[in-house]
Design a protein around this ligand. Structure first.
Ligand code: PYC
Length: 411
């Protein structure tokens, strides 16, 4: 890829567009609502693995403008339940192959992920997670302050801080990635296989007749279709309501920020549930940091001073040497929280209306696997075993998948 780019630059050739605009057609076999990594991944796998290319991806703004471009890019599979670990493990493996598959460097850096434990009960939870992970073949183990200090020399492991570090769940395959590259890679390859990506196209209604989806109304016109996938974040309940489907979801903002660039000094990801922080250093040297979701349900994507003050205090408890570092930018994304902190994937009570929603604060890392398995469900009509635990029906079958203990973000 790099040589191709260099050749094009030397020969003065235009670099071709990664995806093309199209006229909206009257009908598509599948309409995917949401041009984030989930929706685009599903379109990519429909085309690549099932030969289904008469597909439209509708995005009300520009692709990746929602959660896919607002997350802090952490990829991991160190979850608490066997169902969660198996599911996210497939995602990590798909991310590992992504640069080769796209011939495009998505800069996946598997640098290791540490979730700190500051209390005896947190150490017990980390031990349990390590064992569940290992039983599923996922590389995670409990480590103690000496090893934490070796892996992360600038961290304060003394017994002076308010929350002394007693141990950590160490997950070597955990990493960070360029999230916009993931979105563009899926868009480029879906486009090449014939998928239509329609930006600036907002869905205003979904038509249902005799409990079956028949079409989608958009700001650019009506589309006939028998299959609609709701792959939105933030507005997933609004879209589901259009089809008459109610979702057990409440939406909260989650804020994040980056600092000015620093010389490389942090080459692992550090997470503390008790201090409500996660931090990694990007390839550009910036510290990418976040905290817990905002305390009130809201659709606001504004940053707040309270967030920066709280986050800075907590980061300085872990890394006192950062006291002179300046914050450069802050932003927020919307997180659709479910009662059990697991996503909702699969069919609904309306034939032809499927959901890939409820991604809370853990959605980006699941894009490849949810896209692939939702595509399999759409193509075959059979729910893959890997996503069966996350079906909507679990809420009235009393079969929840409780993942709160593995959320990096305090709630
Ligand atoms: O689940 O790893 C995570 C995460 C990090 C930031 C938000 N969620």
């Amino acid at each position: 890829m790099q040589f191709k780019l260099l050749r094009q630059a030397i020969n003065g050739k235009h670099i071709p567009r990664m995806w093309r605009p199209h006229e909206l057609k009257d009908s598509y076999d599948v309409v995917i609502i949401g041009g984030g990594a989930h929706g685009l991944a599903c379109a990519y796998y429909l085309a690549k693995e099932h030969g289904i290319t008469n597909v439209a991806v509708l995005e009300k703004r520009y692709i990746g403008s929602g959660g896919s471009g607002r997350n802090t890019t952490i990829i991991r599979s160190n979850y608490l339940t066997p169902e969660g670990v198996r599911f996210y493990d497939e995602s990590v493996k798909l991310y590992e192959d992504m640069s080769a598959e796209f011939e495009f460097n998505v800069m996946f850096s598997q640098r290791g992920h540490l979730t700190l434990a500051h209390t005896d009960s947190a150490v017990r939870t980390m031990r349990r997670r390590a064992e569940v992970n290992q039983l599923q073949g996922v590389d995670s183990r409990l480590i103690f302050p000496d090893e934490i200090k070796r892996l992360c020399p600038p961290i304060d492991i003394s017994d002076h801080p308010r929350y002394p570090i007693l141990g950590a769940l160490y997950h070597p395959p955990g990493g960070i990635i360029r999230h916009d590259a993931v979105v563009w890679g899926y868009a480029q390859h879906a486009d090449r296989m014939g998928v239509h990506i329609h930006q600036l196209t907002e869905v205003t209604g979904i038509t249902v007749e005799d409990n079956r989806v028949t079409g989608v109304d958009t700001t650019s016109g009506h589309i006939k279709t028998g299959t609609v996938l709701n792959a939105t974040a933030g507005w997933c309940s609004t879209i589901a309501n259009m089809a008459g489907v109610r979702l057990p979801i409440t939406t909260f903002p989650l804020q994040a920020c980056v600092t000015e660039p620093l010389k490389p000094f942090l080459d692992v990801i550090i997470v503390s549930g008790s201090l409500h922080v996660y931090v990694s250093q990007s390839d550009r040297g910036e510290l990418v940091m976040g905290a817990s979701v905002d305390p009130h349900a809201s659709y606001s994507m504004l940053g707040s001073l309270a967030f920066i003050e709280g986050l800075a205090g907590h980061i300085l408890e872990l890394f006192p040497s950062l006291r002179h570092v300046r914050i450069m930018r802050q932003w927020a994304g919307l997180c659709d929280m479910t009662p059990d902190f697991s996503p909702i994937m699969g069919v609904t009570g309306v034939d032809g209306f499927l959901v890939d929603v409820g991604w809370g604060t853990w959605g980006f890392k699941a894009s490849p696997v949810s896209g692939r398995r939702m595509a399999e469900l759409i193509a075959t009509g059979q729910t893959p075993d890997l996503i069966h635990p996350f079906r909507l029906a679990r809420f009235y079958e009393d079969d929840l998948v409780g993942e709160k203990g593995a959320a990096s973000v305090g709630h």
